[in-house]
Design a protein. Structure first.
Length: 250
């Protein structure tokens, strides 16, 4: 049987400026996600580790090292002297890249719940390495990506609440995301990067966009609630809704 993937790629042209993603059903009957690359494609599992492997019987290397930490604390009563060497950090970095490719695919398919899950997972990896890595150089390899992943995690969480038309909560989530990135730069004594951060700039622009369009959507929501309150003769509620509508118009 030929292992040539030409037939698989037939009709699926690679476009450098686009993220080309599709879902397929694998031979095991489970849904997979594929990412088109210039020289082929990446095929990933929807859940668990993207390559489908279970290192040392765990869902991921992160979970394996977390179990080692737990056993270390159980044995010695403290996390002191638990370390990750450079080789272990490299393996965690390679694993994080798999999750990076997958959450990009989830964003493309607007599966924000899974995108939020995978970005949150990679932030956990960054924090784990920062806490236990033996060498500072290994920490820096992860930390350089942290503002970006925080921004992507914020995007995912915000998109989920926007699907429910909860604009106030969406604005709060963006504010928290911005503050988290700012705190990252401050803790790393790089406050000067706050003003030039692309991640903060994007979130600020998105905040402004939502805030400017929010009153229109909120007005429609209040009008629907006012109509319902009148229908059920809840005049006290109707009066409050009229006041809120008046404030929006003003």
């Amino acid at each position: 049987m030929s292992k040539d993937i030409t037939d698989i790629l037939e009709g699926w042209e690679y476009k450098p400026k686009e993220i080309s993603v599709r879902k397929i059903i694998g031979k095991d009957g489970k849904e997979k996600i594929q990412l088109r690359l210039d020289l082929g494609l990446l095929q990933m599992e929807i859940d668990g580790r993207p390559d489908g492997k279970k290192p040392y019987g765990y869902e991921s290397l992160l979970e394996y090292y977390k179990s080692l930490l737990k056993n270390h604390i159980k044995k010695y009563g403290t996390e002191e002297n638990f370390i990750l060497d450079s080789d272990e950090c490299l393996k965690l970095h390679q694993e994080a890249i798999q999750y990076y490719h997958r959450y990009l695919c989830f964003f493309q398919h607007e599966d924000f719940k899974k995108a939020e899950r995978d970005t949150k997972r990679n932030i956990e990896v960054f924090n784990f390495v920062k806490e236990y890595a033996l060498n500072e150089e290994d920490v820096l390899i992860f930390e350089q990506y942290k503002p970006y992943v925080i921004m992507m995690n914020t995007r995912a969480k915000c998109s989920l609440v926007l699907e429910k038309k909860d604009y106030e909560k969406a604005l709060k989530i963006i504010k928290i995301g911005i503050k988290t990135i700012e705190r990252f730069y401050i803790e790393n004594k790089e406050e000067k990067l706050i003003d030039t951060s692309r991640e903060i700039k994007f979130l600020n622009q998105w905040y402004k966009s939502i805030k400017e369009t929010r009153p229109i959507a909120l007005k429609k929501k209040l009008e629907r609630e006012l109509k319902k309150a009148i229908e059920i003769q809840d005049y006290e509620r109707a009066a409050k809704l009229r006041d809120e509508l008046k404030k929006i118009k003003e």
